[in-house]
Design a protein around this ligand. Structure first.
Ligand code: MG
Length: 391
């Protein structure tokens, strides 16, 4: 069996672009993958075209060897763009080989540990403070028990002369604190409650924020600050006792290494479409397992990212929850049914561990061919003085 085609598609599906990759073999078998570097898909598509040059004619079953060749063959190893491309091909190869062997992808990764892959729900970004208790009860009535508040960024405040909103940091800290307290009161003590700060704060602002929340209220804080500096997180650790969830931007096991070895993160936010696919994800999972750290999987894209994440979650011992964009309080259009003719289906707050060969996702290529990229910029946020602020 030889790889006969590597075909990238970038298409605006639902509410964002999805970069999908089809890898075909000369016996007619094929697999689908997805890349995760949202907003810079054209760069990843270019990397995929480079990789296609040497992938054609290779044995698709040699997934680990091909991963090494993709990661190291340009002399300049890795980086976000390249590992986003590698991720898509690696996932597609697992799908292809799983279907060829007639086994679900999790079996290629070592076999299933669990019957269900449970999800956490995020509250919609535009939720008003008064609505958190009702949304929490709606989730609990549907048997969800893991929730995440997003740091408040009031979209109605704009900066004169600039595209985008203003993050009034002190107000955001206060509003988010009140949202967390309201959610915990509504959810009771047994629910898992986190907060994603979208790395919008400084170390000092993070300390102020987290010190206002009574100890034990919040089960994790996700990315209060940016993640280029493990030392900055170590400084913040001295100022708060809230567990850290970090890693959705990491593009290799080496990025995770200091955070795991030095016990800086308590939940690993692995993104299978950015970290280097399933090959790299299982290695990160093993590194995390050595320090008793569970995976809290990042899953913001489409059905292929979700399926790859579900197979990963099924196949590792140290898994907490999978991010879902399709809870009873948030129904984002991630899966155009004209495009995705088959996808994994949720049952309540979880995905049953898949049994079909490969990922369990299929795509109508004819429909996809008619779709195209929509050049799009992530939202911009500014500080009140007009300087740049992370979205
Ligand atoms: Mg996040």
């Amino acid at each position: 069996m030889k790889i006969s085609a590597v075909i990238p598609y970038v298409a605006w599906i639902g509410f964002r672009n999805q970069l999908l990759v089809k890898v075909e073999a000369d016996n007619g078998q094929y697999g689908w993958g997805e890349s995760g570097l949202s907003g810079r898909e054209l760069a990843v598509e270019g990397a995929l075209k480079h990789y296609r040059e040497f992938l054609l004619g290779k044995d698709p079953r040699q997934i680990g060897g091909l991963w090494q060749e993709m990661y190291r063959s340009q002399y300049f190893e890795g980086g976000r763009v390249l590992t986003a491309a590698i991720s898509a091909i690696d996932i597609a190869l697992h799908d292809l080989v799983g279907k060829e062997l007639g086994v679900p992808v999790h079996q290629l990764l070592g076999g299933a540990h669990r019957d269900r892959v449970e999800c956490f729900a995020s509250y919609p970004g535009e939720t008003e403070l008064k609505d958190y208790p009702a949304l929490t009860r709606k989730l609990m009535d549907a048997n969800w028990n893991a929730f995440r508040v997003n740091i408040v960024a009031p979209p109605e405040v704009s900066y004169e002369g600039k595209e985008g909103g203003v993050l009034e940091t002190r107000k955001a800290i206060e509003n988010t604190t009140q949202a967390i307290l309201a959610c915990r009161e509504a959810a009771g003590p047994t629910a898992m409650l986190g907060c994603d700060a979208h790395h919008r704060l400084s170390v000092a602002e993070s300390a102020t924020f987290l010190q206002r929340i009574p100890s034990g209220t919040l089960d994790y804080i996700e990315e209060p600050i940016r993640d280029e500096s493990p030392e900055a997180y170590e400084a913040l650790r001295k100022l708060t006792d809230v567990p850290f969830a970090i890693g959705e931007e990491f593009s290799s096991k080496w990025a995770f290494k200091p955070y795991i070895e030095r016990n800086i993160l308590q939940y690993a936010r692995v993104d299978v479409c950015n970290v280097g696919g399933l090959t790299e994800s299982v290695k990160v999972a093993a590194m995390a397992e050595t320090n008793y750290i569970d995976l809290l999987l990042h899953n913001p894209l489409g059905p292929i990212c979700a399926a790859a994440s579900i197979h990963l979650a099924a196949a590792v011992p140290n898994f907490s929850h999978l991010e879902s964009r399709e809870s009873p309080v948030e129904q984002l259009p991630v899966a155009d049914t004209d495009v995705f003719t088959q996808r994994l289906q949720m049952d309540g707050n979880a995905y049953p561990t898949p049994t079909e060969p490969g990922l369990g996702v299929d795509v109508d290529e004819a429909v996809l061919k008619e779709m195209s990229i929509k050049l799009w910029e992530p939202p911009r946020l500014w500080k009140t003085d007009g300087s740049y602020q992370n979205w």
